[in-house]
Design a protein around this ligand. Structure first.
Ligand code: NAP
Length: 263
């Protein structure tokens, strides 16, 4: 299937590792030019360069902390300078949390609000005008199954991801008239280096290997009884970016191996 994505320009926050990097590589394989951002500038620039060499698309790696409004202003300025705008925005940067509501500080709540919600709001405000000039665009918000079905150890993550999902729906209504399709993806268990790192920490000095730990997590939560690879999930992102998904508007799609317990 020709996904008709060649020579589009995509911006991916948190594009240097894990899901964001897999989506970047999936889009690059379709001939999409890329802007990747992350806080670790060296890593994101290296990944952008590697993708350029491997796939022959134009790439730009930008150091940016998307919780900071000034970093987003700078990112949008760089995108305009190098590519004259963008066709696709993937709000992917994010991370899990670990707290009790009774103990967590206001600062922690604010950080996750900025990371999971305001980053998408600010980047959409910055990039939608270019999408309008180009005749349309695509915005995908990477939330989580936890937006709908909470995990008890990370209430701030659950709450801010639920807000990200609702932001996605509201933005969709606001911009579909400009031919900009906004959707949300709620992944389940995706095996990224971060999960592996945590599993290694939790199993250090125990009888369990990190692989056994991850398998136990998968068996506890996912009827499919395994994690997905980031590449498996990325296929769905790439499809949703494509004009082939032209009637997919304002929805939330679960890619979770059957984990969601409601229909
Ligand atoms: N993995 C899963 O099982 C899973 C499941 C459901 C949803 N998700 C969601 O999917 C998204 C990606 O997750 P992942 O597992 O791929 O995470 P990851 O491997 O930890 O990668 C996160 C990416 O975001 C960047 N990032 C983090 N904070 C940032 C900030 N303040 N500003 C700019 N960039 C930032 C990181 O780079 P730097 O550290 O250099 O900034 C990195 O590129 C997240 O929103 C997560 O909530 C993941």
């Amino acid at each position: 299937m020709d996904l008709e994505l060649k020579d589009q320009v995509a911006v991916i926050t948190g594009g240097s590792v894990g899901i964001g990097l897999a989506v970047a590589r999936g889009l690059a394989a379709e001939g999409v030019h890329l802007v990747l951002c992350a806080r670790n500038g060296e890593r994101v620039e290296q990944e952008a360069q590697d993708i350029q060499s491997e796939f022959g698309v134009e790439t730009l790696g930008v150091q940016a902390d998307v919780t900071k409004a000034e970093d987003i202003d700078n990112l949008v300025a760089r995108i305009e300078e190098v590519f004259g705008g963008a066709d696709i925005l993937i709000n992917n940067a994010g991370t899990g949390s670990n707290e009790k509501i009774m103990d967590a500080s206001d600062e922690k709540w604010q950080y996750y609000w900025d990371l999971h919600v305001m980053a998408g709001v600010r980047l959409s405000r910055g990039l939608v005008p270019f999408m309008r000039q180009r005749g349309g665009g695509v915005i995908i918000n990477n939330a989580s199954i936890c937006a709908k079905q909470p995990l008890d150890y990370e209430p701030i993550y659950n709450v801010t991801k639920a807000a990200q999902m609702m932001f996605s729906k509201n933005l969709s209504d606001e911009v579909i008239g400009d031919n900009i399709r906004v959707n949300c993806i709620n992944p389940g268990l995706i095996q990224t280096p971060d999960w592996v790192k945590t599993a290694k920490q939790l199993t250090e000095g125990t009888d369990q290997t990190w692989e056994q730990h991850l398998q136990a997590v998968a068996e506890k939560y996912a009827p499919i009884k395994r994690f997905a690879s980031a590449e498996e999930l990325a296929h769905f992102f790439v499809f949703l970016c494509s004009p082939r998904a032209s009637y997919c508007v304002g929805s939330t799609y679960y890619v979770d191996g059957g984990w969601l317990r409601v229909v």
